[in-house]
Design a protein around this ligand. Structure first.
Ligand SMILES: Nc1ncnc2c1ncn2[C@@H]1O[C@H](COP(=O)(O)OP(=O)(O)O)[C@@H](O)[C@H]1O
Ligand SMILES: O=C(O)C1=C[C@@H](OP(=O)(O)O)[C@@H](O)[C@H](O)C1
Ligand SMILES: [Mg+2]
Length: 175
């Protein structure tokens, strides 16, 4: 079973924090986007161009299912919560799910110059903020803990996760 799952919108820091957490805990990281890219030998924009968002979501669900069964940290992609089947998979896992949250303008600024996110690339600031708002309830629904990441370094977020989630879990297990 996965040890910890990170969810949140594009730019929230799931990949960054997942990598740091994996280094610090010696747990493997499965970043769903990276797994999909490696398995398909195509970039995310190439996959969107070839099979559309629907095709990408199918690959994402397969990757999520497999990752949740492994002893790993899971960094999801921001759109994972848009699929009911994925929300069910997340609700069924016993792994703690952390929602990394930041205001839309901060998220937008973090991903603005990145050409690797086809959904963000075609949105203006208003459209981006609308999409953030439309997913908020889903992140809340699937997660156990929300951490605000706007003015906090990735290192501090990792320290908080280790203290509040991983150590709390370990001490529970040892009682
Ligand atoms: N806490 C943070 N503070 C400032 N910048 C951050 C923070 N977390 C991530 N970033 C930056 O935001 C961008 C997107 O981060 P990433 O980890 O890819 O997000 P996600 O996987 O959630 O889309 C990267 O340039 C990363 O360095
Ligand atoms: O929010 C989304 O719909 C997406 C988020 C991306 O992952 P990040 O959240 O890691 O950027 C990636 O899965 C794809 O571009 C679609
Ligand atoms: Mg990511």
């Amino acid at each position: 079973m996965a040890r910890l799952v990170l969810v949140g919108f594009m730019g929230a820091g799931k990949t960054t924090i997942g990598r740091l957490l994996a280094q610090e805990t010696n747990l493997p990281l499965i970043d769903l986007d990276e797994k999909i890219v490696a398995d398909n030998q195509q970039t995310i924009p190439e996959i969107f161009a070839a099979v559309g968002e629907v095709g990408f979501r199918r690959l994402e669900t397969q990757a999520l299912k497999a990752a949740l069964n492994d002893d790993v940290v899971v960094a999801t992609g921001g759109g994972v919560v848009t699929q009911a089947i994925n929300r069910q998979l997340l609700q069924d896992t016993l792994a703690p799910i952390i929602y990394l949250k930041a205001p839309a303008p901060v998220l937008n600024q973090r991903v603005a110059n990145d050409t690797n996110r086809p959904i963000a690339a075609k949105l203006d600031a208003a459209g981006f903020a609308e999409l953030v708002a439309s997913r908020e309830a889903f992140y809340q629904e699937v997660s156990d803990l929300t951490l605000l990441t706007a003015e906090v370094t990735p290192e501090t977020i990792v320290a908080t996760i280790k203290a509040q989630v991983l150590q709390a879990r370990n001490s529970k297990n040892h009682n």
